[in-house]
Design a protein around this ligand. Structure first.
Ligand code: GTP
Ligand code: MG
Length: 198
């Protein structure tokens, strides 16, 4: 699928104020700094669509982008950023959770994981939250340009092992991406396109 148009629609911290249009929606979530906003820019081919930063905690709201006038991409704040105050963290957590629990048009969630890291408790807990609430998700291993293929494969194996030891019978569908090299772009867009056709 080619993305021809990508337009910012609205930012807010309240799921009730998200767009009312019943278009298919795909959300990107993960730890702060994992590369959610960069991935959205890479997919849409627009460098400045979603705001990115080397400092964690850049995205602070639910951001809706309308793609090809046909579906929504949603950029979310990261979870687990240690440097924001406890009260800010709580506010983030509650509106993010409400978004996932209440957004009926959410078709698929992409949980982004930095491919350089070992499985982390906070990611496992978040995926468990999605699993327990029957919210469909796939995993995206980001920043593939930063490690060797052998390490990448080892880390994915570790993830797979960890997931099958907990809630899941098998490793969920996953993708490997790089916002720098555009690795994974076609595969991910084809996947979204296939779901949109169903
Ligand atoms: P928050 O909004 O703070 O939750 O972060 P985010 O997950 O949206 O991360 P963001 O896209 O802002 O990227 C964080 C940092 O990682 C930036 O400095 C990006 O340039 C860098 N980055 C993101 N993706 C990649 C990637 O695929 N490869 C490399 N090398 N750097 C990346
Ligand atoms: Mg961001």
């Amino acid at each position: 699928m080619k993305i021809k148009t990508a337009d910012f629609v609205i930012s807010n911290s309240d799921v009730a104020k998200c767009p009312k249009e019943r278009l298919a929606e795909y959300a990107f979530i993960g730890r702060s700094n994992v590369g959610k906003s960069s991935l959205i820019n890479m997919l849409t081919g627009q460098n400045k669509l979603a705001k990115t930063s080397g400092r964690p905690g850049k995205t602070q709201l639910i951001n809706h982008f309308k793609i090809n006038n046909n579906w929504f991409l949603v950029d979310l704040p990261g979870y687990g950023y240690a440097k924001v105050s406890k009260s800010v963290k709580k506010t983030f957590q509650s509106f993010i959770k409400n978004y996932f629990l209440q957004r009926e048009q959410l078709i698929c969630t992409f949980v982004l994981i930095d491919c350089r890291h070992e499985p982390q408790k906070i990611d496992m807990e978040f995926m468990e939250f999605l699993g327990e609430n029957e919210i469909p998700f796939s995993i995206i291993f980001t920043k593939s340009d930063k490690i060797k293929l052998s390490e990448l494969n080892r880390n994915i194996k570790n993830y797979s092992k960890k997931m099958t030891q907990t809630l899941w019978e098998e490793m969920p569908k996953y993708f490997i991406t790089s916002a720098t090299s555009s690795d994974g772009k076609e595969e991910l867009l084809t996947y979204i396109d296939e779901i949109n056709q169903q």
